[in-house]
Design a protein around this ligand. Structure first.
Ligand SMILES: [Zn+2]
Ligand SMILES: [Zn+2]
Length: 289
């Protein structure tokens, strides 16, 4: 019998949204299976967070993007480029909704000058040919290797269509990433009995503070935030109905509020509807699967 794989989830960045703050890095996570690394989302700061977590970037095999909002892809190109510059020889498989190919090519154009110099003068392999980029448009099995099987599910996230959740199957364990989503019945089925559900969360009280500090009185902006995300009470309901073993909260909105971005507040808000194990995610938290 083959030995069980050792797998862990590492939260690299847990702050949701495009603004600048110091409290949390933007969304990114890693799943490590027997030393092989799979990345979910690549928000601003992902490369530094990988280094801080002590993760070997040469072991990155695949990158999965949930959707193309900037907080999830701001450092997608930087992740690939710095990984190459740190010695990765490829291939890296990248998956995400359109226009991921265009974005990848645009980033390569943006860094073309640097890339060419390094290939010519530092004897590096070709950066472009180490990337396998696939766009996903609908529910499907995205990827499979000897460690993981990865399925995706379309989730409702306002006008950001398509946006995806990902379900990783590792041996007989399951970990699901909600991505950015409003409350979704399909996601409840998709994450049924999961060992870990990593779910985004919003504190409705905090939304008014965000709107006030950025675009006061902008109702459209407020509705955009509320309608595209899942409230604390709803996250609890999703986890309860899905009967997940552990719920990991992630993509906190608001992030960095000294009043609202507090463990006890997230726990209380979500715990009303879910009595199972809840982990309030923080950057660089490692969770064995
Ligand atoms: Zn987001
Ligand atoms: Zn989003």
């Amino acid at each position: 019998m083959s030995q069980a794989k050792y797998a862990e989830l590492v939260l690299l960045g847990t702050g949701g949204g495009p603004r600048i703050w110091a409290a949390r890095s933007q969304p990114a996570s890693a799943i490590i299976v027997d030393g092989i690394v799979y990345i979910v989302d690549a928000g601003n700061g992902v490369t530094v967070q990988l280094a801080k977590a002590g993760i070997d970037t040469n072991a990155i095999k695949s990158v999965f993007i949930t959707h193309n909002h900037s907080d999830h892809v701001a450092d997608y190109g930087t992740l690939l480029l710095r990984t190459w510059q740190s010695g990765h020889k490829g291939p890296i498989n990248c998956f995400g909704p359109p226009p991921l190919k265009k974005m990848t090519n645009a980033y390569i154009d943006y860094m073309d000058w640097d890339i060419n110099l390094r290939i010519q003068h530092e004897g590096r392999p070709d950066f472009r040919s180490m990337l396998n980029v696939s766009e996903i448009r609908d529910n499907t099995t995205v990827y499979q290797d000897s460690n993981v099987k990865v399925d995706c599910l379309k989730v409702p996230h306002g006008e950001a269509d398509p946006s995806f959740a990902y379900r990783f199957e590792i041996d007989n364990k399951v970990i699901v990433f909600s991505g950015d989503t409003s409350k979704s019945e399909e996601l409840i089925n998709f994450s049924s009995q999961a060992d870990i559900l990593v779910h985004e969360v919003i504190n409705l009280e905090g939304v008014d503070a965000i709107v006030k500090s950025t675009y006061p009185g902008n109702e459209a902006f407020r509705n955009h935030i509320v309608e595209g995300h899942t409230s604390m009470a709803e996250v609890g309901e999703v986890a309860r109905k899905a009967e997940v073993k552990t719920l990991v909260l992630n993509h906190f909105v608001p992030t960095g509020s000294p009043v609202l971005d507090k463990e006890e507040i997230w726990l209380a808000g979500v715990g009303k509807n879910f009595k199972g194990s809840i982990i309030v995610g923080t950057d660089l938290t490692k969770i064995p699967l």
